[in-house]
Design a protein around this ligand. Structure first.
Ligand code: ADP
Length: 484
């Protein structure tokens, strides 16, 4: 991997603490492997809880000075960081594909998406406006200011090894917080590369700590139990989100949670079918189906069901599966358990009457490659209607009318993203309002952008990322009441 990079120094395997590259106290390491080939590509420092505590101490010691800079000074450093990320986009993308498996073009896209948060929040730092409120008594003057929470800590997943970190770190740093990032044990290299560039950008020591650790549970406990951490931000499964919220309750710690989804994708009979196919392809198969906003249930109205299925199948069968470095459309799944989950969902659906329209089994390439799959005749009693598959399997449900499909779409504990294709304007409004989701895509399958608030309702999470609302997650309101 190193030999492929134009700047090999981006490939770091030690932890990044106080602008130093360091091993953990035990000198332990863990292996990082390439999911396309299964070979070990790096051995990364495996930090203990005590190491994490030291990183938190460093962050706490540095934070107040960082917060005392002007917003413009923080902005300039973040802006440098953004520029460096874009300058090194190819190298960052290669590191990402090597450890995560997504096609290189998608990895390039993720780097610019990840960098866009840094750019956006660099600008937004200067617009951290408070407010003045007319006093409640003649002598009273009321001012509301926004102040950084303090030290924020993150736990992030493997599916977006770069962007899931910048989406949190950029608003935190812009707000004046210090940030301790514990990347997924499967994809720490992309995170560490961000550290290299942050230092070059001029970020003071301690403001961004990157602490790889193989023991996720210990990291979560340290972040929840260490009172110097004032904010925990997590992206991952609802299962782990519940654990962390439970642990955080002890100190009433502020939390943001981006958790699982179970996105419905609805095709109404007035949809432009070719556009709906394009949207479904992008939405279902991006990152090989491994995003929390991927279409998980595709509902198609009876009158267009056959035709949609036919056109969708042509598009799915045109996709190429393979190594992310070899121009594939779909890379491998992240792990064996991920593959087993896709197989389970398919077996369950078939046992209850669904039919394979294409794909349906592991790919001939072996490893964790899987054939892009369509199932037809899928119904609400099947596991896939309740759980995220997180893989390249598209289940097609048939529905008759609007009320039925809204009820089915909302029949889940999740509420992250939902999509639908329709042209009738009153239907568009009614359906958009009735879907119990934080994000709605209408006639589009791609909704992620730094300028809009991303986040879920119900058990998909708490808080928002991106947009000016994303900054509020790292700020406290302080109300000052003055008698004159
Ligand atoms: P995914 O299914 O996307 O892997 P997880 O919720 O299992 O979702 O993982 C998301 C992140 O949470 C990863 O970095 C993982 O290491 C971490 N994690 C897993 N279990 C725990 C835990 N008990 N406490 C804290 N973090 C955890």
């Amino acid at each position: 991997l190193k030999s492929m990079l134009s700047d090999p120094s981006l490939l770091q395997t030690q932890a990044f603490i106080n602008n130093q590259w360091v091993d953990g106290e035990n000198g332990a390491t863990f292996d990082v492997s390439n999911p396309a080939r299964g070979d070990v590509i790096a051995q990364v420092a495996d930090l203990s809880r005590a190491d994490l505590a030291r990183a938190i101490d460093g962050a706490e010691a540095a934070q107040k000075k960082w917060a005392a800079l002007t917003a413009k000074e923080r902005c300039n450093i973040l802006r440098n960081w953004y520029n460096l990320m874009m300058e090194h986009q190819s190298d960052l993308a290669m590191i990402l594909t090597a450890e995560m498996g997504k096609p290189l073009t998608e990895a390039m896209g993720e780097i610019s998406y990840g960098a866009s948060f840094v750019e956006f929040f660099a600008e937004e730092a200067k617009r951290n406006y408070g407010e003045t409120i007319p006093g409640h008594q003649a002598d009273k003057r009321i001012t509301v200011i926004k102040q950084p929470i303090g030290v924020a800590a993150s736990i992030t997943p493997w599916n977006f090894p770069n962007a899931m970190i910048t989406r949190k770190a950029a608003p935190a740093l812009a707000a004046g917080c210090a940030f301790v990032a514990r990347p997924s044990e499967l994809t720490p290299l992309s995170a560490l590369a961000l550290g290299v560039l942050a230092q070059r950008a001029g970020l003071p020591a301690g403001i961004l700590q990157i602490v790889p650790s193989n023991d996720a549970s210990a990291s979560g406990k340290e972040f929840c139990e260490n009172s110097k951490v004032r904010k925990l931000t997590f992206t991952g499964s609802t299962r782990v989100g519940r654990i962390l919220l439970g642990q955080a309750a002890e100190q009433v710690k502020k939390c943001s949670m981006e958790l699982g989804g179970n996105a419905p994708f609805i095709v109404f009979d007035d949809a432009v079918l070719d556009e709906a196919v394009i949207g479904a392809m992008a939405c279902k198969f991006r990152n090989n189906g491994q995003t929390c906003v991927c279409a998980n249930r595709i509902y198609v109205q009876a009158g267009v069901y056959e035709e949609f299925t036919k056109r969708f199948k042509v598009a799915v069968e045109a996709m190429k599966v393979g190594d992310g470095f070899a121009g594939a459309d779909l890379g491998p799944l992240i792990s064996k358990p991920a593959l087993a989950k896709v197989e389970d969902h398919i077996a369950d659906a078939l046992s209850k009457g669904a039919v394979v329209a294409t794909g349906g089994k592991p790919h001939d390439l072996g490893g964790t490659f899987f054939e892009p799959t369509i199932l037809t005749g899928v119904t609400q009693d099947m596991t896939v209607s309740k759980e995220e598959t997180f893989g390249p399997m598209a289940p097609l449900f048939k529905f008759e009318n609007v009320d039925d499909v809204i009820a089915m779409a909302n029949d889940t504990i999740f509420g992250l993203a939902a999509y639908f294709y329709a042209k009738d304007l009153s239907r568009v409004y009614k359906v958009a309002e009735a879907l119990e989701y934080g994000i709605i895509g209408v006639n589009t399958g791609i909704i992620s952008t730094e300028v809009a608030p991303f986040g879920g309702v119900k058990q998909s999470g708490l808080g928002r990322e991106g947009s000016r609302h994303g900054m509020d997650e790292y700020l406290e309101l302080k109300y000052i009441c003055m008698s004159v």
